[in-house]
Design a protein around this ligand. Structure first.
Ligand SMILES: *[C@@H]1O[C@H](CO)[C@@H](O)[C@H](O)[C@H]1NC(C)=O
Length: 289
């Protein structure tokens, strides 16, 4: 009896050690998945490479990109945006096929604002080379005081942009009903911080205040899960990848309720409702689609 107890004790100790070490596994660093694409001098690693600081000044903005491209999956990261007077600045986080002719692209763009005015998040979707699907929401929190999680889920069923697990945009795969859907080419993950005061804030009326420069944004907890292309054979056609599971094929009732809350209370622009741009609404905007 004592021996069995001792044996069980040893087994449980061994298991605890294994759990301890796997949970202590080195977190993904920026350089595991990304490289700098624009201005090395403006991106600084922090916290042993698990976080970075992006800098914008009058000499340059900066940008980074994933080393790999992915076909379906989910990408998320925590971002702390430029505090205070960020008018005229744009921080973008997006996926892009990087193909000019038939570009697919999923965009998150954070448009800065004067101190005390809300940041605007613009999303856009390019499918088979065509974009012009902008939506904008004003954020219900100050994205510059703490890190918040921004994610893009992309699978065979839909694309969901979320902030802290609150869906702010859903684009369904309605290819069967003639709506273009990105499903033929892998996409990389990109981010940039730059100056766009000719359009970003109040349509370009609010200019960047360079006396407040340099401007800093922070990123951490990089997480990309998806099939890398090129990558393991058969991954992209497998239907049991977790991001294709039934619970990721449509919003659950709680997510749907949060999504309605965003649309009712925080959406300030929807191309679907812009009659001057689209006298005839695009197909994906039609009810029942
Ligand atoms: C900035 O603040 C103004 C005033 O509250 C608001 O109308 C606008 O949507 C905000 N965002 C941008 C990017 O201009």
């Amino acid at each position: 009896m004592a021996r069995i107890t001792y044996f069980l004790f040893c087994v449980s100790l061994a298991l605890q050690l294994i759990f301890f070490y796997t949970s202590m596994a080195k977190p993904a660093t920026f350089y595991d998945d990304f490289h700098i694409t624009w201005s090395e001098t403006h991106i600084k690693q922090m916290e042993s490479g698990t976080a970075i600081q992006l800098l914008l000044d009058q000499s340059s903005g900066c940008g980074f990109a994933s080393k790999m491209k992915y076909m379906y999956g989910r990408v998320s990261m925590k971002i702390k945006l430029i505090p205070g007077d960020s008018a005229g600045t744009v921080t973008a986080f997006y996926m892009n096929s990087d193909t000019n002719l038939i570009r697919d692209e999923l965009d998150f763009e954070f448009l800065g604002n004067r101190s005390g005015q809300p940041y605007t998040v613009q999303t856009n979707i390019f499918a088979h080379g065509k974009g012009d699907r902008e939506q904008r929401v004003n954020l219900w929190f100050d994205p510059a005081t703490e890190f918040h999680t921004y994610s893009i889920l992309w699978n065979r069923h839909h694309i969901v942009f979320s902030i802290d697990d609150i869906p702010i945009r859903v684009y369904k795969n309605n290819e069967a009903k003639g709506v273009p859907y990105p499903n033929s080419q892998p996409m990389g993950v990109f981010s940039t911080l730059w100056e766009a005061d000719n359009w970003a804030t109040r349509g370009g009326l609010e200019k960047i205040d360079w006396t407040k420069a340099p401007f800093y944004a922070y990123y951490r907890d990089f997480d990309i899960e998806g099939c890398t292309v090129p990558g393991p054979a058969g991954c992209t056609t497998k239907t049991n990848n977790w991001w294709e599971a039934p619970s990721y094929q449509q919003l659950d009732p709680i997510q749907a309720r949060k999504y309605r809350w965003v649309r009712l209370n925080h959406m300030i622009y929807d191309y679907c409702k812009d009659k001057s741009r689209y006298p005839v609404p695009p197909r994906e905007c039609l009810a029942g689609i």
